[in-house]
Design a protein around this ligand. Structure first.
Ligand SMILES: *Cc1c(COP(=O)(O)O)cnc(C)c1O
Length: 454
C-alpha cells in the first residue's frame, strides 16, 4: 500500500542475535590500554568492574552473538519497536525525500536504553552479582537500569549529574519507583566526589565525574559491579537489535536508506540503528551515508581530538582511543543531558577516522525548533537528545528538496520527551541559551590528555 505509515513486525521476528561490527571492519580498532603500563588490557583486567560474559562480548570479533532467551522474553514487552514513515513531515517540508524513523520511545522508560540495560542486568545476575553502580546524565540510563534491576532482583545505585538531578526531578522518582537509589553527583558518598567538591563546591557535575564515583564504588566493593549505558563495544552491540529490526522493516516498506541519521552522546543509539546497515555496506558495497549529529556545546566528534583518554574525570578507567574533549571538560548545562559526555564511543570514533561516517554539530535552539516541527506533524514529542537527530534528518530532507532528489532518509527517534517538558517550556519562553563550548576550557582539558598511548 502506497500510503502506509507504520511497519510492525510480529514478536517472533525479534532478532535472535546481536550484530558485532568488529567482524566486518576493514581495520581493527586500536586496543584498550592500561594507563599505568601502556600495555593492552586483557579480559582479566576488567574483571573487577564487569561480569566475564560482558567482557568477552567487549573484545569479541564474532559477527553474531546470540541473545539469551530470557532477554528476548523481556524485549517482547516493547519489541519489535515500530518503524514509521513521516508522511506528514515530508509534506510539511515539501521534500521529495522519503523520511522514515525507528521509534524507541515505546520502551518502558521511554528510550533505547533498556535494550542494553536488560542484557547487562541479565549477565550480572547470571554471574551472581548483587548490586550494580552506574552514572546517569538526563536520567534515561539510570531509570532503564533501575527497571532492569527490578526485573532481575538486583540492587541499583545511580549517580546522577547534579544539573540534571535538579532539572529533572521526576527521573529520580522513577528510579526510586523501581527500587533504585539515586544520588546527585558530585556527592560526598565517594572519596573522589568528596575531593572534587572540596575543590569545586558549586560544581553542577558531569558524566565524567559521575562515572568516577560509580566506578569507585564498584572497584572498592567486592560484591558490586559497574555498568555503563553507552560508549563500550558491548553496549553498542546490544543496541544493534534496533537496526536489525529496521532492516526487516525497510524491506517491508520496499525501501532502503540512502542516509541514516542519529544523535550521538556516547554513540549507542546511532550505532544501534546504523551498524547492521553499515555492515551490509562493508560486506557488499553500497552508497549508504551515515550522519552523526551532536550538540555544538559538547562537540566531541567535530571538535575533539582523536587520542587515548580516560573515560572519567577521576582517571580510574582504562585508556581508550576516541574523539575526546578531554576528561576534565565540563560542558555547559544545556538540556540534552544525554549528549554531555566528553568522549565518543571508540567504535564510532574509529569509523570517523576511516571516513565511514560524517558528523555535524547544531545548537540547542535549532534542535528544539526541529523537534517542535516534528511533534506538530507526527504527534510525538522527541527527547531533547533526539531533537538533534530530527534536526539532522530535516537538514537532509531540505538538501534533497534543493537538489530535487528523492532519497530515503532513516533516523533514530531514540526517545520521547515526556520527562523533559521543562526544557520545552524554556525553549518556548526564549530562555534556552545557545552557548558555544569554552575554547579555553577545551584547550586546557586537551592539554591534560595522558601521555600514555599518545
Ligand atoms: C542516553 C541517550 C542518548 C545518548 O546516548 P547514546 O549512547 O549516544 O545513544 C541519546 N538519546 C536518548 C533519548 C538517551 O536516553
Amino acid at each position: 500500500m502506497s500510503d502506509t505509515v507504520k511497519y510492525i513486525l510480529p514478536e517472533s521476528e525479534i532478532p535472535k542475535n546481536w550484530y558485532n561490527i568488529t567482524a566486518d571492519l576493514p581495520k581493527a580498532p586500536p586496543p584498550v590500554l592500561n594507563p599505568g603500563t601502556g600495555e593492552p588490557l586483557g579480559p582479566d583486567d576488567l574483571a573487577p568492574l564487569f561480569p566475564m560474559d560482558l567482557i568477552l562480548q567487549e573484545v569479541s570479533s564474532e559477527r553474531y552473538i546470540d541473545i539469551p532467551e530470557p532477554v528476548r522474553e523481556i524485549y517482547k514487552q516493547w519489541r519489535p519497536s515500530p518503524l514509521y514513515r513521516a508522511r506528514r513531515l515530508e509534506k510539511a517540508l515539501d521534500t521529495p525525500a522519503k523520511i522514515y524513523y525507528k521509534y524507541e520511545g515505546v520502551s518502558p522508560t521511554g528510550s533505547h536504553k533498556p535494550n542494553t540495560a536488560v542484557a547487562q542486568a541479565f549477565y550480572n545476575k547470571e554471574a551472581g552479582v548483587k548490586k550494580i553502580s552506574t552514572e546517569t546524565g538526563a536520567g534515561q540510563w539510570g531509570s532503564s537500569l533501575a527497571f532492569a534491576g527490578s526485573i532481575f532482583g538486583l540492587e541499583i545505585q545511580v549517580y546522577m549529574v547534579k544539573v540534571s538531578f535538579e532539572q529533572k526531578p521526576y527521573r529520580k522518582a522513577m528510579m526510586e519507583s523501581f527500587g533504585a537509589t539515586c544520588i546527585a553527583s558530585p556527592s560526598d558518598t565517594t572519596k573522589f566526589g568528596k575531593a572534587y567538591l572540596a575543590k569545586n563546591p558549586d560544581s553542577t557535575g558531569s558524566l565524567g565525574i559521575a562515572i568516577s564515583e560509580a566506578v569507585e564504588v564498584a572497584a572498592t566493593n567486592d560484591d558490586v559491579k559497574y555498568s555503563l549505558g553507552s560508549v563500550l563495544n558491548h553496549v553498542l552491540m546490544h543496541q544493534t537489535i534496533v537496526g536489525s529490526e529496521a532492516l526487516k522493516q525497510m524491506e517491508m516498506a520496499g525501501d532502503y536508506p540512502d542516509v541514516i541519521v542519529g544523535c550521538t552522546g556516547g554513540g549507542s543509539n546511532f550505532a544501534g540503528l546504523m551498524f547492521p546497515f553499515l555492515g551490509e555496506k562493508l560486506r557488499d558495497g553500497s552508497n549508504l551515508r551515515v550522519v552523526a549529529v551532536e550538540p555544538a556545546a559538547c562537540p566531541s566528534l567535530t571538535k575533539g581530538k582523536y587520542a587515548y583518554d580516560f573515560g572519567d574525570t577521576g582517571n580510574m578507567t582504562p585508556l581508550t582511543k576516541m574523539h575526546t574533549l578531554g576528561s576534565t571538560f565540563v560542558p555547559s548545562g544545556f538540556h540534552a543531558g544525554g549528549l554531555r559526555y566528553h568522549g565518543m564511543a571508540p567504535l564510532i570514533s574509529h569509523l570517523k577516522e576511516l571516513d565511514l561516517l560524517e558528523a555535524y554539530a547544531f545548537h540547542q535552539n535549532a534542535c528544539f525548533e526541529a523537534g517542535v516541527t516534528f511533534g506538530r506533524e507526527e504527534g510525538i514529542i522527541p527527547a531533547p537528545e533526539a531533537n538533534h537527530a530530527v534536526k539532522g534528518a530535516i537538514e537532509e530532507a531540505l538538501r534533497c528538496k534543493r537538489d530535487g532528489k528523492s532519497e530515503t532518509i532513516l533516523f533514530n527517534l531514540c526517545g520521547h520527551g515526556h520527562f523533559d517538558m521543562q526544557a520545552y517550556t524554556e525553549y518556548f519562553s526564549g530562555n534556552l541559551e545557545d552557548r558555544n563550548y569554552d575554547e579555553q576550557e577545551l584547550a586546557m582539558a586537551l592539554s591534560g590528555l595522558p601521555s600514555v598511548g599518545n
